[in-house]
Design a protein around this ligand. Structure first.
Ligand code: 5GP
Ligand code: MG
Length: 179
């Protein structure tokens, strides 16, 4: 159940307009910009973001799956991307849905960096700022509250991605064992 709306459609649209202007300015003279979305959470954000960028670009996606301890935020990360996608010599803008403790980005970035891009920057829609990262994303949509957020691409067990706004999820209360 959605507890409350955290960022509504109008707030998201206005912020993406501003991000698009900044990003367009930054890459104005690039000529070879690759916007690389991290699936699945970034798919709606990326779709709106690229339409607010008015310099030439190409779009691609990757998936980052974790294994090891079994949770998304820890363990090793395996990247899957189209083998035809070349990063070398290109300006790569990685687009992510949300940063919490930064573990996912910290694992993805060195792997992409090793593929020899000319530049590698990050644009993230939501940032929980749970910890200070060694390398902060260059562009952040919104600072996010410490709640579980869904909608606008973000899911809980694959549900809620289609919501046109970002809401916080009311998770069922944990039953504490009685002693
Ligand atoms: P990090 O590695 O930065 O700690 O965690 C980032 C990943 O955890 C995100 O890519 C996302 O998959 C998941 N995550 C963290 N916070 C939330 C949240 O509030 N909502 C959803 N849907 N996923 C989250
Ligand atoms: Mg993610």
């Amino acid at each position: 159940m959605i507890e409350r709306t955290v960022f509504d459609r109008a707030a998201i649209a206005a912020r993406i307009d501003a991000l698009g202007r900044e990003i367009s300015e930054y890459y104005r003279n690039s000529g070879d910009l690759l916007v690389l979305g991290v699936l699945k959470g970034s798919f709606i954000f990326l779709a709106d973001l690229v339409r607010s960028i008015d310099c030439p670009l190409r779009v691609d996606f990757l998936t980052a799956s974790s294994y090891g301890s079994g949770t998304v935020s820890s363990g090793e990360v395996v990247l899957s991307l189209d083998p035809r996608t070349k990063l070398s010599g290109r300006d790569v803008l990685l687009v992510e849905d949300i940063v919490d403790r930064g573990g996912t980005l910290e694992k993805i970035l060195p792997l992409l960096g090793a593929m020899g891009p000319k530049s590698l920057e990050v644009c993230v829609l939501l940032h929980k700022r749970s910890v200070v990262l060694e390398r902060e994303p260059r562009w952040v949509g919104f600072d996010a509250p410490p709640e579980f957020l869904v909608g606008y691409g973000l899911d809980h067990a694959e549900e809620y991605r289609h919501l046109p706004f970002i809401g916080s999820l009311k998770l069922p209360e944990m039953k504490l064992p009685k002693d």
